[in-house]
Design a protein around this ligand. Structure first.
Ligand code: FE
Ligand code: FE
Ligand code: ZN
Length: 300
């Protein structure tokens, strides 16, 4: 067995909570996973059940899932870059999410830095810095991982320099980074030259800040600023480039998370119904691209 730390986005429902997420991850033969503590598009959150957390912990130990590598994703409606009327709410909600992570025993929460929505890049970055300082004032033992963004609309965190500005000015050991291969591609980084990107990142920020990688193919060409994910090997980045990222020895100890789309019933259908993760993880472990993967998923 290899020691690859790989998993996918999984659901977190009211009834089974973390236990349900672990079960789903195991069904894909994952060694890690990522979840939202409720719906990603809203901030309704249910009360956590300690007994379910305990059962989930046991199940993780029995299945060699290292809980310290499991990831939470903050809801994507939180926007720390714009200090308009939802700014205080966003700051407070993120504080609560961190308390929830701490209660669940999760060490890392991925966050989209935010969109300035007309305020301009500099003001947007300064809003993010102010908000993160406030959120990280109290050390709860949870890291915030800023995600590299595609540059859709007025998204920030789309360049290494922007991330560096935020990280340098917040100046907290608990502020780290999550790379996303689809977002990097769409922002203008050639994943075939990932080593070059990492070298520059290391000079500016330091690779020890990288705590997670979202591994996604992209539906769109480099620099498209679109952010639409594709299944591994079925997009413009391609299987070989993504496999090189996944097996890069520099990132051996950090979790790789798939956020690839569910597969539709057939080519004409728009309804995404089948999770691809069991198949993609198998294809990654074998290190051979399976061009029939989508067909096989539809057949099962
Ligand atoms: Fe994300
Ligand atoms: Fe992502
Ligand atoms: Zn994305």
């Amino acid at each position: 067995m290899d020691n690859l730390i790989i998993g996918s986005h999984v659901s977190f429902n009211k009834n089974e909570q973390l236990l349900g997420s672990v079960k789903e991850a195991i069904s894909y033969k994952s060694t890690t996973f990522m979840f939202y503590t409720g719906a990603p598009q809203n901030t309704n959150r249910s009360e956590l059940d300690d007994k379910l957390i305990e059962e989930a912990n046991k199940l993780m130990i029995d299945n060699n899932i290292d809980k310290s590598k499991v990831i939470v994703h903050a809801p994507y409606i939180i926007n720390l870059a714009n200090d308009g009327k939802s700014y205080d709410f966003a700051i407070n909600f993120l504080k609560q999410e961190i308390s929830r992570c701490s209660r669940l025993g999760i060490k890392n929460i991925v966050l989209h830095p935010g969109s300035h929505v007309g305020l301009g890049i500099q003001k947007g970055l300064d809003n993010i810095v102010f908000a993160l300082k406030e959120v990280l004032k109290e050390d709860k033992g949870v890291n915030i991982l800023l995600e590299t963004m595609a540059g859709k609309g007025s998204e920030l965190g789309t360049t290494t320099d922007q991330l560096k500005y935020i990280i340098d000015n917040v100046n907290s050991d608990n502020l780290c980074v999550c790379l996303d291969t689809c977002h990097l591609n769409d922002s203008g980084i050639d994943i075939n030259e990932f080593d070059k990107y990492i070298e520059d990142f290391d000079k500016k920020i330091g690779i020890s800040k990288i705590k997670c990688i979202h591994v996604n193919d992209s539906l769109n060409p480099i620099s498209s600023h679109k952010d639409r994910h594709a299944n591994i090997g079925f997009g413009t980045i391609g299987y070989d480039a993504l496999i090189k990222v996944i097996y890069n020895p520099l990132f051996k100890d950090i979790p790789k998370i798939l956020e690839t789309p569910y597969v539709t019933k057939d080519d004409t259908s728009k309804e995404k119904i089948y999770p691809p993760y069991k198949y993609e993880i198998e294809m990654i472990r074998k290190k051979v691209f399976n061009p029939d993967m989508i067909k096989q998923i539809r057949k099962e």
